[in-house]
Ligand binder design. Structure first.
Ligand SMILES: NC(=O)c1ccc[n+]([C@@H]2O[C@H](COP(=O)([O-])OP(=O)(O)OC[C@H]3O[C@@H](n4cnc5c(N)ncnc54)[C@H](OP(=O)(O)O)[C@@H]3O)[C@@H](O)[C@H]2O)c1
Length: 255
């Protein structure tokens, strides 16, 4: 994707202390990239074999700004091009009872999965090299309405829209040539999904997810979705009348 050698290409990954982000940090490192791993847990970040790490909470605008200042210095000191940014950090909590709609939970999920992405885009997009690729972590959950996913699904649907809109505005700036990828995984085995109490068909490992993300980002695909068989089924189901979907999905999840 880029004329620079992998070792001069820096990639910033948020949520690199666990799950998909951790697997991406390991995979990009194995491919020779200069990985800048980001997270809240400094002792985990310190133990990674990535080239550099930045410790910050993505929901703190001040911490994100401070991280971008440190990042700028690091890039210039090491003569690096920031060619990829993957805004992967996120959370998942479910609304267990709609009649006791938990607005605080809703706010937490939207803040981490959406508002914080705004802080990260503000801080990191201006540092990206010409021809770079920005990855936004959405979810295949956005293809269909799922029970209990009012907060999580809404946050990820917003990310998918954000990606489409960003892509349009960036395309209008051909001198920078920065591309956008919206990443829509199916189920991936991570600490986040280990908490789920429902069946997770076709779940893949975080290492498989990292390879799919790497390949999609390198090819500058707009939508990176996997496993393909699973996302194909969801996409087909999304064409069904909403009433039928409610019968299929709501009944099965009713406790
Ligand atoms: N696993 C799946 O099946 C799946 C499917 C579709 C989409 N996704 C998305 O993929 C992303 C990664 O999920 P995962 O499954 O790998 O989950 P995970 O293992 O729980 O990892 C989440 C990562 O995000 C970080 N994070 C959360 N809140 C943060 C904050 N306020 N500031 C900084 N870092 C924060 C976590 O750091 P801490 O360790 O400090 O909490 C952790 O490193 C999420 O956006 C998720 O929605 C996952």
């Amino acid at each position: 994707m880029n004329s620079h050698s992998a070792s001069s290409q820096a990639i910033l990954i948020t949520g690199a202390t666990s799950g998909i982000g951790l697997a991406c940090a390991n995979y990009y490192t194995s491919q020779g990239f200069h990985v800048i791993a980001c997270g809240r847990n400094e002792s985990i970040l310190n133990g990674l074999n990535t080239k550099h790490f930045l410790t910050f909470d993505i929901t703190s605008a001040e911490q994100v700004t401070a991280a971008s200042i440190a990042l700028k210095q690091h890039l210039s000191q090491h003569d690096l091009q920031l060619t990829q940014v993957i805004l992967n950090a996120g959370t998942c909590e479910y609304i267990e009872n709609v009649f006791e709609f938990d607005a605080a939970l809703f706010s937490r999920v939207i803040t981490t999965n959406l508002i914080a992405i705004g802080y990260c885009i503000e801080a990191f997009l201006p540092l990206m090299a010409k021809g770079g690729q920005l990855g936004l972590m959405s979810s295949s959950a956005t293809y269909l309405p799922f029970p209990r996913a009012e907060a999580y699904g809404a946050s990820k649907a917003a990310i998918s829209y954000l990606g489409r809109s960003l892509r349009m505005d960036l395309a209008a700036k051909p001198n920078q040539a920065i591309g956008v990828s919206v990443i829509c995984p199916g189920f991936v085995k991570t600490p986040l999904t280990d908490k789920n109490d429902f069946a997770m068909p076709m779940r893949v490992s975080s290492e498989q997810a990292a390879q799919r993300i790497f390949a999609g980002m390198e090819k500058r695909h707009f939508e990176i979705h996997f496993p393909k068989r699973f996302t194909f089924i969801l996409k087909c189901l999304s064409w069904l009348p909403e009433k039928l979907l409610i019968n299929m999905l709501a009944e099965k999840s009713t406790k």
